[in-house]
Structures are given as C-alpha cells and as structure tokens.
Write a protein that binds this ligand. Structure first.
Ligand code: PEP
Ligand code: MG
Length: 556
C-alpha cells in the first residue's frame, strides 16, 4: 500500500527506485588483551590504517574538488591528529588490540567534542565516519558508506558524511533521502551541487526496508513508499513536463513580460565555474572565498595564491557581474588562526565581518588581491561583506575597500535581522545589498541551520522572513540601489517568483538550479509575481504561504 512521508526537498527532480541503505553500522571490536610482545606490531598496524584512511579521504577530496575537497581534507587531518594517535599508542601499550585502541581513543575524543560547544559538536558525525573507516580497515571488513551496487538505487541514510556525498555517482544514485539535516546544511548544498534529487529531515527514513520501491520528489519534499502505478505515471509526467520547460527556456532571466532578473551562480572557487557557465549563469552572485582558506587552517593563503584564484573566476565572466564575498570565517566555518576557540555560542560570536575587523591585515590582503586580479579586465567586480549588523559595520567595510584602492561596487550581505530592519541606514554606506537567507532565517527564528529538528523554522517561505526580504528590497528601491538574494531561497523556482514580486533584483544559486528558476520565472508576469508575493506575506505559516503563492500563480 502506498504511504506518503514528508520531509524537506533540497534538490529538484524526481527519482523512482529501490532503497539501498547506507552502511552505517558502528563496528565495536572485541576488548581482547594482546601479549606485550605484540604491542609494537599493533601500534604499527594502527598507524598504517590511519595513514591509509587519511590518504583515501585526501584522494576522494582531490577527485571531488570544490567545496567537498576542503571538508574531506579536514577529515583527513582529524584522522591523523597527533594527540589521538598518542592515545592509541598508549592504549595498545597496555594491552589493547589496534582496532580496540582506535575505537576507544576516538570514543574519548568524541566525548570531548560533543561537550565542546555547538560547532565542534557538529563535527561528531565526521569524526565517527573517520573512526568507522579506520576500524573497518583494521578488521578487514567492507568500508561503511555508499553501498556497492551495479543497479541504480535511491540512497537512504540517517545523514550523509561528506566523504560519501562527495563521491556519490550520479549515474547509480538516482536520488537520496536523509533522516537528519536541514535545508541549508552544507550537505544539502553539496547535494544540489551534485544535481541529484534529494529530500532531507524525513522522519522514519531509516525504517524504510531495504529494496522497497520509493518515489522521491525533491521539489515538494514528498517521498512515496510503494507508489501506485498512477502516482509513478503522474510524477514521471510532471518531471518530463518540467524537463521540456527547462529545455524551452534559455537566455537571461526574465518574467513573461520581460522584467529582467539576472540569474547568477553561487560558487566556492574556480572549480565551480564550468558548471555555472554550462547552466547559463549571467555571472557570479556569491563567490564563497572561505574555501580558499580551508586548505591550511593555520595561515591565510598568500596574496599571490588569492590573485590567481580570483583572476581565474573573473576571466571566466569577461562581461558579467562577479560578486565576491570576503572571508566568512567563524561559527560553522571556523579557522584556527582567526576564530576564538572559547566562544560559548560561536554563531552569535565573532564571525564574518566581525572576524575581519579584528584581523584587518587578512581583509587588506584579500582586498588587495582582488584589486590586482581585476586589473585590466572589463569585468563588473562587486565585493560584499558577510554578517553586516548595522551602518557602522557597512562603513568599516567600505572604508577598508577604499583604503585598498579597490575599484568595485561595495555591498553588504543582509543576514542579520537588524540589517534588514535598518536597510536604508546600511545603504548610506554601500551600493548594494545581498540577502543571505540561510543565515537570515537562522537568526530570525533562533534556529540553528545545522539542526534537522528545527528545519521547519529554516523554511525560507516563513512569512516573517519574506517580510524582512520585502523591507530590504523596498529600501534598496527607494535608494535607487540593487538588492539580490544569494541564499538557498533563490533556488526554489516558486519562491524565486515570490522574491521577484517582493522587489528583489537578482537571484543567485547553485548552478544546477538555474534552469529550473529560469523556466519558472518565464511563465509569469511581474504583476502575477507581485500578487503571489502579497498572498504569501498575508499567510501565517510557511506551508500556507507556499500554497497561497501556488494558488495565485496557477490561477486557482
Ligand atoms: C546565507 O547565509 O544565506 C549565505 C548565502 O551564506 P552562507 O550560506 O555561506 O553562510
Ligand atoms: Mg551566511
């Protein structure tokens, strides 16, 4: 019998196939004593396994490139942490087998992390993944992770470790479903980069039996278990219709009556440029430069290294707009040499622009590198700061840009409600706004973007979030300046129409979403988008807002 489960759709498209669960079994090796004369050999075995796992993670990173690479390299470093290794040696010296020593040493470290504040607690899943890989290797059993299968399947997991998302083979993995994770978690962002339909935060996903046929609608967030023939036919027809609409819509982003809404790409570095161009991006709306800084958590990249990376991106869009965000370190993206390690609540602490104002030399190097990279190119360079709270923040950033002699437009990201509420005041100092709806939702609803349990509040259809978008867009219009959206909200084709109706002037998203948003915008006039926006804002919940906008746009 067909049953319907509802989660959060984070990557468009329909996938119909059999369930394969991720191998997540925690392998607990037996606690047997080894004779003292075997200790040295066991220590060596442990070290070899650790090195092999670290090398494998690094190799997966090299293969994946882009944002995934930084995450995998961080895991490789975790595996080789000298203190952890010393603990493993100590445990073997008093009689543990290599696998048991690794298991226990990681357990002790895990406890430390879990109690060490929000960000580090969030790394526990990564640490468990590393431990499982090392223990599996020592025991000579298959690695936990993506199942071996020659047939295409729908992958179901509690959550996906970065090591797995990075290497999912889109020809075998039809789509994926996870029990945890929010719509703006970094694993959801990776799923979109991969271009496979995905639903996250789906309660009960783990209980769907292996081999069950399911249909995943990555747009609506619905998962149909044992779908009927009619359901499958309807979903396939809708997917085919969407594909045809995608193929028909080409060119710059615009509504049916020609109101232009540039469609830009979110990128993490030069590796993401090809996909952006392929999707017809009209430029880059968010270049997340922090990925350049993750290679080495102890030092900032040199000015030369930065110039090279920026230049590669700028050259790819000779006539287009490229919006570069200066380093957004802290909270979910800490850097050892910049982020204080003792903050009780890092998301509310020194992060984003606050970090850069505490370390002006890092900001100066980045702005100088950008100025050099843009020299002699006809590109429209724009530079923006993350986590701007008020006019003083905006002024400090604009002053730093001027001092670095940067010939670019200076902008502020609106990610904190105060910046939206006082957008006109912020706009006295900068030339454009860009709404980071992921953080704006996090701070408006006091809902951590990493936590699946509060994903209801991370839903960008929440009318309170739409009100803040409207306030910012109205302020920009009054000042004759632009106000784009670069948070994940821009990648929802229906919401993109509502954002346009609210007065947003450009939409920036992962490249895979651009064709969907382009096709959706092309179906409606600006007046229809404005009516849908008014209906959504009049609602009292995210679901009601979505339904109200849908009703207006489908002419119900
Ligand atoms: C946002 O917060 O919406 C945003 C675009 O920035 P990031 O997701 O990198 O924090
Ligand atoms: Mg942000």
């Amino acid at each position: 019998m067909e049953t319907t489960l509802r989660g959060v759709g984070v990557s468009h498209g329909v996938a119909i196939g059999e369930v394969r669960h991720m191998g997540t079994a925690v392998l607990e090796p037996p606690a047997k004593q080894i004779p003292a004369e075997e200790a040295e050999r066991e220590q060596q075995r442990a070290r070899q396994a650790v090195d092999a796992v670290a090398a494998d993670l690094t190799a997966r990173g090299n293969l994946a490139g882009g944002e995934a690479q930084a995450v995998l390299e961080a895991q490789a470093l975790m595996a080789q942490d000298p203190e952890l290794m010393a603990d493993v040696d100590r445990r073997v010296a008093v009689g543990s087998s290599a696998e048991r020593a690794v298991y226990d040493a990681f357990a002790a470290y895990r406890e430390l992390l879990a109690n060490a504040g929000e960000y580090l607690a969030g790394r526990v899943a990564d640490l468990d993944d590393v431990r499982n890989r090392i223990v599996a290797r020592l025991l000579g059993v298959p690695m936990p992770g993506v199942p071996d299968s020659d047939e295409p399947y729908v992958l179901v997991a509690r959550d996906l470790a970065p090591a797995d998302t990075a290497l999912l083979d889109p020809t075998l993995v039809l789509g994926f479903v996870t029990e945890e994770g929010g719509p703006t978690s970094h694993s959801a962002i990776l799923a979109r980069a991969l271009g496979v339909p995905a639903v996250v935060a789906l309660p009960g996903a783990g209980e769907i039996a292996e081999g069950t046929l399911i249909a995943v609608d990555g747009s609506s967030g619905e998962v149909f278990v044992n779908p009927t023939e009619e359901r499958r036919a309807a979903l396939e027809a809708a997917a085919a219709e969407r594909k045809a609409a995608l193929a028909a819509a080409t060119g710059p982003g615009a509504t049916a009556d020609g109101h232009k809404v540039p469609l830009l790409a979110n990128i993490g570095g030069p590796a993401d440029v090809a996909a952006a161009i392929e999707a017809g991006a009209e430029g880059v709306g968010l270049f997340r430069t922090e990925f350049l800084f993750l290679d080495d958590s102890k030092n900032a990249p040199s000015e030369e290294k930065q110039v090279e990376a920026y230049r590669q991106v700028l050259e790819a869009f000779p006539e287009g707009r490229v919006v570069v965000r200066v380093l957004d370190a802290g909270a979910d993206k800490p850097l050892d040499f910049l982020t204080p390690g003792d903050e009780p609540n890092p998301a509310l602490g020194v992060r984003g622009l606050r970090t850069l104002l505490d370390h002006p030399e890092v900001l100066r190097t980045q702005l100088t590198a950008l100025a050099k990279a843009a020299e002699g190119l006809p590109v429209h360079l724009e530079v923006m700061a993350p986590m701007v709270a008020d006019r003083a923040d905006a002024k400090a950033f604009a002053d730093a840009c001027r001092e670095a002699g940067l010939r670019a437009k200076y902008g502020a990201m609106v990610e904190i409600p105060s910046a939206a509420l006082r957008a006109r005041s912020v706009l006295r100092e900068v030339e454009f706004l860009s709404l980071g709806t992921n953080d704006l939702a996090q701070y408006t609803f006091a809902a951590d973007r990493q936590v699946g349990a509060v994903s209801r509040l991370q839903d960008p259809w929440q009318p309170a979030l739409l009100d803040l978008v409207a306030l910012s867009a109205e302020a920009a219009r009054a000042e004759g300046k632009s106000c784009g959206v670069c948070g994940e909200a821009a990648s929802d084709p229906l919401l993109a129409c509502v954002l346009t109706g609210l007065g947003v002037t450009s939409l920036s998203m992962g490249a895979a979403s651009i064709p969907y948003v382009r096709a959706s915008l092309a179906k409606f006039t600006l007046a229809q988008c404005e009516r849908a926006a008014a209906a959504a804002r009049a609602a009292d919940s995210a679901d009601e807002a979505r339904n109200a906008a849908q009703a207006v746009l489908s002419g119900e």
